[in-house]
Design a protein around this ligand. Structure first.
Ligand SMILES: [Zn+2]
Length: 282
């Protein structure tokens, strides 16, 4: 049975479709409610959109529907793993918008070239292929999230961003909790198995309950992290957290081993830095 929750609402425009309205809390799970009456985007999706607008839109542009019309945005190489969520309908018309599906190799029967299977821990894309990566409640389902962050850093251009959500809200726990021991090929559950819907009628195991130290994991992969929070009239809605990770111009782990800025710059363009980081991470 649904847990009780106090009534709450606030007025704003949807950052996805632009529709002005009153957003109401209609469920216990804060991130999944306050949905748009037009495009059905949840609070976490609308705030991920708000974080994207804060990074890529001039002040007059207040929705993703408007953002995708801007030539400067249309030129970006964007990667959004997965197949669900409200960004896809708006971004599908962009010329350099890449999506991907995921099935384990043994279950991949036919490959759709427009929707390749990609494992975030080991992607097929070349280094620095993208300006922007969007992921929405995916990393908690990845067996080795540090590897995935290193891979996302590898495929991002220097200065590119990974704007993403995981089930985090304010106040955040300090430390992440591994729910599964992944030190061998077999999963060994450390906590009762917890699943989320996979958007395709199935379910997906949660490997990690993230805390604020996700910024440390991101830093190890070469990112600077900002925690984006809403500034609405609702204190409850304002608890939702979106992560904005900017890929360092230079891989952090090489700063101490390479002398000049020129040498560092060359080091990052040959791709070996990313590969080394990848192997070093658990
Ligand atoms: Zn909307």
């Amino acid at each position: 049975m649904e847990k009780p929750f106090p009534p709450d609402s606030y007025r704003a425009c949807c950052t996805l479709c632009g529709r002005a309205q009153t957003f109401e809390r209609r469920a216990y799970a804060i991130r999944e409610t306050y949905r748009c009456a037009g495009c059905r985007a949840s609070l976490r999706e609308r705030e991920q959109a708000a974080a994207l607008l804060a990074c890529h839109a001039p002040p007059a542009v207040v929705s993703i529907a408007q953002l995708v019309e801007l030539p400067s945005f249309r030129n970006l190489r964007i990667y959004e793993p997965g197949t669900s969520g409200p960004f896809r309908a708006l971004m599908r018309s962009l010329p350099f918008y890449q999506q991907s599906d995921y099935l384990p190799p043994e279950r991949r029967t036919n490959q759709n070239p427009k929707l390749p299977h990609q494992d975030l821990q080991s992607m097929d894309f070349p280094d620095q292929a993208f300006n922007l990566v969007l992921s929405s409640d995916i990393l908690e389902h990845v067996r080795h999230p540090r590897r995935a962050l290193a891979e996302i850093a590898r495929v991002l251009k220097p200065g590119g961003r990974h704007i993403f959500t995981v089930p985090l809200q304010h106040p955040m726990a300090a430390a992440s909790v591994a729910r599964v021991d992944v030190s061998t090929a077999e999963d060994r559950h450390l906590l009762a198995p917890h699943y989320h819907g996979d958007g395709k009628g199935g379910r997906s195991l949660v490997y990690t309950d993230f805390g604020a130290d996700i910024a440390d994991f991101a830093a190890a992969a070469g990112f600077t992290t900002q925690f984006h929070r809403p500034a609405t009239a609702s204190q409850t809605a304002n608890m939702v957290v979106t992560l904005v990770c900017m890929r360092h111009p230079l891989p952090a782990r090489h700063d101490s081993t390479q002398g000049s800025a020129t040498a560092q710059s060359q080091g990052r363009t040959d791709g070996t830095g990313s590969a080394t980081r990848h192997q070093n991470l658990a």
